[in-house]
Design a protein. Structure first.
Lengths: 334, 616
């Protein structure tokens, strides 16, 4: 059966005009239609926060749960019913602050969830407090003199938890977001997809450098497995490895040709260079990496659970409750 | 000499095996209870483990005990004090003697009472019996270690392996003392060590040696005992702990309902054995996930329920604190979920290995908002099976989280369990949304009579819907902050729980003319029953009513509680059940007996307290 975005739409979103959630939702509807899993075989599970309202606007099965627990609830849902396609949607507060423990363990277990992290670096629903992704010194209602703590960098957390998939897109960049969401679905295992999005009310402009097409042309690099890491308005720059780090070079200058440019390897088990790509920031003079940064196959938790049950079923001689009773030391009173 | 031996008939006897953690006391105790149960005696056991993980060998903190109560008629508890104490080393004698009755027979391994052993056990002199005020005439002092070595001299085993059989010598001696048939013990060992025939053989040899030792040199005891069997219930039996019975109850309920059983759990004493037990049974399709924390245990179980499984989470009191938000999500989403609370001593970390009933009000009320939740409290190790089955049935049929309360005492204790026939258990029928409601259905559409909403499991076309923690409109299921709707939904959630049918409260004992009604709940059933029996045996008019279903309460609760002149609510907390009953029954003013020691009630203390109430 083939679907259109309309088949996944429901209701009228209540986010502020201009909120990044609107853009992301439209891309998710489109991506789901292209993926083609039946709406009734899809579950979208969120926690609490502005972005966690999202399941209300999906014509799929869904749960808008409690703060921070979406990944844990999604885990039970997927393990109990591996046939469901499960999307877990959290903001930066829901996913990385109150739900940080579940985020890392879902990655470590490698459970087959599509984990969307909508990162606007602010608490919007509670009206403007700093989040675990807000930069040091960030001024907010709960940090009037600036924060005195460093933020999480989601990719670093994902990799540190032995995550096998990490991708990134900008909410306003619909075609790239749809592609990244499809890749997130295609990857079997915990797939973290960070969406950079704006909060027009409490953190306007947080991702300004890459929020427009022009900005991305200057300040972002689209990475693609097997392709050279080239960027710039005229594809004039590239990334090369130097020592333990990455370096920007200009193609055509100093004898540098396209052949010298590093080829992106998303499938490389060793995540060292992938992490370097993911951590690049405009503040250090590097472009922000967009696209699928890491995508490595590994056994998934839900498959392993199912396989182990089958294995034990074949090895053991008891398969129902009555037979289980008989495995005990039994005596008879006559 | 054996001809002159007097065989004394006893109604009941309590034996306590004690020794170092590595001495195999649990195994010896288990075999003895099985041997006794096989002849039709009633049994109740209580393993008493040390709190330390690995206390130094021979130390006071490393003593492990196993108490078994055997009766001709029904026994309800492992007994207050023992008639026979087996102490395999000096530390065991030092710490366990206080559990022995005056005049109890004491069996010791004299080889474990050397100077070093005595020092470790903090004895000041070599006259350890004198130091403890024990009458040497009551002591069967036997060089067990030496006799085991002699007995196995030809076996080719090394000394360390031989010493592992010491427990079997003590067991043999106890079997002789109680005139037990050894064949059952032999079969038990042959099965346990089916793959190690040598070990089985050595153990059997040592049991025989212990038995013969008693037979030949019984100078220190005047008689052997026999416990006849009354009121035999024919059938096939196994020994089961409360935790294992709970796990079996969940398995049985999932099978009956035709659902996958999912357990989300985090290890916590004394509930962990439920996780262990269920993790073994993958051949039945049981899925267990050891989660990253208590919260995830509950949250993932709820996710599993949403996906169409029987979701269960197991924990103890501190875990309930952490799970309460996710439990509340189950309340508002109206999904089935069973939350097991194996109570332990609190508050905070409290007494992790000890037993209390101090979580009752937490289970009833410990959540934000109006959060009605059914509460069931199992009354004995074997009742854990039925209680787990009933909790699962209730959750699945009424679309609600249910709290199943047990406690460390019944969870670790065991009794003989008559193998249940699942065919005789009531069916479990979740309210799946009927196909004809397609297009007309909304998530909070309810059955008019029961107020239960219908269950649409993901994967069914035409029933995609969203649930969540925000209040929903009763008609459409959309988010609603409408004041009237919230008031209505609050009432509906309560009405749904209130309408759950539970059996009437049963009155035992002198139900027509009791001067005192004893009231309790959960795991104290055995002790309260034994106290009632003792009082009635001395001519008092006493009855008891024990709560298993706590929310909703049985319909006849007020009628029963208000019928008697004097009522005492006895519980292992500061009066939580009494508070709940006073809240629910107008004019109910009971006497109270409250004890929070982390230890089971002591029957003699109960009897004394209740007699005092009768005198008032």
């Amino acid at each position: 059966m083939s679907y259109t975005a309309q088949d996944y739409k429901k209701g009228q979103p209540r986010w502020c005009p201009g909120c990044g959630d609107h853009f992301f939702l439209a891309s998710l509807h489109k991506a789901m239609a292209e993926i083609g899993v039946d709406p009734w075989n899809t579950a979208v599970i969120s926690g609490i926060g502005c972005s966690s309202r999202l399941p209300h606007y999906m014509a799929t099965y869904g749960m808008n749960t409690i703060h921070g627990r979406a990944a844990a609830i999604a885990t039970g849902c997927k393990v109990a019913n591996p046939d469901l396609t499960v999307w877990q949607v959290s903001g930066d507060g829901d996913g990385l602050a109150i739900g940080g423990n579940h985020f890392i363990h879902a990655n470590r277990r490698n459970i087959n969830l599509n984990m969307i992290l909508l990162n606007n670096r602010i608490y919007g629903l509670t009206k403007g407090q700093y989040s675990p992704t807000s930069p040091r010194g960030f001024v907010s209602k709960s940090s009037p003199y600036g924060t005195v703590e460093d933020p999480f960098r989601p990719a670093e957390l994902c990799f540190g938890a032995r995550g096998h998939f990490f991708a990134r897109a900008v909410a306003t960049d619909a075609p790239a977001t749809v592609e990244v969401l499809k890749a997130t679905y295609q990857h079997k295992g915990a797939s973290v997809c960070e969406i950079l999005q704006n909060c027009v009310i409490f953190n306007n402009g947080t991702h300004d450098s890459v929020y427009t097409k022009e900005g991305r042309a200057k300040n972002a690099i689209y990475v693609e497995h097997g392709k050279p890491l080239i960027f710039g308005e005229n594809n004039e720059f590239g990334l090369v490895q130097e020592g333990f780090g990455l370096k920007i070079v200009e193609i055509g200058k100093g004898g540098i040709t396209e052949k010298d440019i590093l080829i992106h390897d998303a499938h490389c088990e060793d995540n060292t260079l992938q992490l370097k790509l993911a951590l690049m920031g405009n503040g250090d003079g590097f472009p922000i990496a967009l696209g699928v940064i890491r995508d490595v196959d590994a056994p998934t938790y839900d498959d392993s659970v199912t396989a182990q049950i089958e294995e034990v079923k074949a090895a053991k001689k008891y398969h129902n409750f009555a037979e289980l009773l008989e495995t005990n030391d039994i005596w008879e009173v006559k | 000499m054996s001809d002159e031996l007097e065989i004394k008939e006893l109604e009941e006897v309590v034996v306590r095996f004690s020794g170092d953690s590595g001495d195999g006391m649990q195994l010896a105790g288990n075999i003895f209870s099985t041997v006794s149960a096989t002849v039709g005696n009633s049994i109740s056991t209580f393993p008493d483990y040390p709190a330390d993980i690995r206390a130094p060998q021979g130390s006071l903190t490393g003593v492990s005990g196993f108490q078994v109560h055997i009766g001709a008629g029904q026994v309800y508890t492992p007994g207050d004090l023992c008639d026979v104490l087996v102490a395999m080393n000096a530390a065991a004698l030092k710490t366990q003697y206080r559990y022995a009755k005056t005049g109890a027979a004491i069996i010791i391994d004299t080889d474990s009472f050397g100077p070093k052993d005595l020092e470790k056990a903090a004895f000041k002199t070599t006259d350890y019996l004198g130091e403890m005020g024990i009458d040497p005439d009551r002591v069967i002092a036997c060089p067990i270690s030496q006799m085991v070595k002699d007995c196995l001299a030809d076996s080719g085993m090394d000394v360390k392996a031989m010493m592992k059989c010491r427990n079997m010598f003590a067991l043999g001696l106890v079997c002789w003392l109680f005139d037990r048939d050894l064949d059952v013990a032999f079969n038990y060992l042959k099965e346990k060590f089916a793959k190690k025939a040598g070990v089985a053989e050595a153990n059997i040899k040592v049991i025989k040696a212990g038995y013969d030792y008693g037979h030949n040199t019984h100078s220190s005891v005047a008689n052997v005992y026999r416990i006849e069997t009354k009121n035999k219930v024919p059938g096939r039996y196994m020994d089961i702990t409360g935790n294992k019975a709970t796990a079996y109850g969940f398995i049985a309920a999932a099978e009956k309902a035709g659902l996958k059983l999912y357990l989300g759990s985090y290890p916590i004493t004394p509930a962990t054995d439920v996780l262990h037990e269920l993790s073994k049974h993958k051949s039945l399709g049981v899925t267990t996930v050891q989660c990253e924390d208590e919260i995830a245990g509950c949250a993932s179980a709820l996710g599993a329920s949403f996906a169409g499984a029987l979701g269960v989470t197991s924990t103890s009191g501190p875990g309930i604190c952490l799970k309460s938000e996710a439990m509340n999500l189950a309340v508002i989403m109206e999904l089935p979920l069973v939350v097991l609370d194996v109570q332990r001593g609190g508050p905070a970390t409290g007494l992790p290995t000890k037993s209390e009933q101090t979580d009752l009000l937490q289970c009833l009320f410990g959540r934000n908002g109006e959060s009605p939740m059914p509460v069931i409290a199992a009354t004995s190790p074997t009742d854990c099976f039925d209680a787990a089955y009933q909790a699962s049935k209730m959750a699945l049929e009424h679309m609600t989280p249910v709290i199943l309360m047990t406690d460390a005492f019944i969870a670790n204790g065991s009794s003989a369990f008559k193998l249940p026939d699942l065919a005789t258990y009531p069916s479990i029928n979740p309210p799946y949304v009927p196909e004809e409601l397609k297009g007309k259905w909304a998530p909070y559409l309810r059955d008019e009579k029961t107020k239960v909403r219908y269950w649409a499991v993901p994967g069914r076309e035409g029933f995609a819907h969203i649930l969540g923690g925000l209040e929903k409109d009763n008609q459409t299921g959309a988010i609603s902050t409408n004041p009237e709707n919230h008031d209505l939904m609050t009432r509906l959630r309560k009405e749904k729980v209130d309408k759950i049918p539970v059996p009437d409260l049963e009155v035992l004992g002198d139900k027509d003319d009791a001067d005192l009604l004893i009231v309790g709940f959960g795991g104290t059933f055995g002790h309260l029953h034994a106290a009632m029996d003792e009082m009635r045996a001395s001519g008092k008019k006493v009855a008891m009513a024990h709560f298993k279903f706590i929310n909703p309460l049985p319909k006849n609760t007020a009628e029963v509680l208000m019928k008697y002149k004097k009522v005492v609510v006895a519980e292992q907390n500061m009066g939580q059940l009494a508070s709940w009953l006073r809240m629910k029954v107008d004019g109910f003013v009971p006497y109270q007996f409250n004890q929070v020691k982390g230890q089971p009630f002591v029957i003699t203390e109960l009897v004394k307290a209740f007699e005092d109430i009768l005198k008032k």
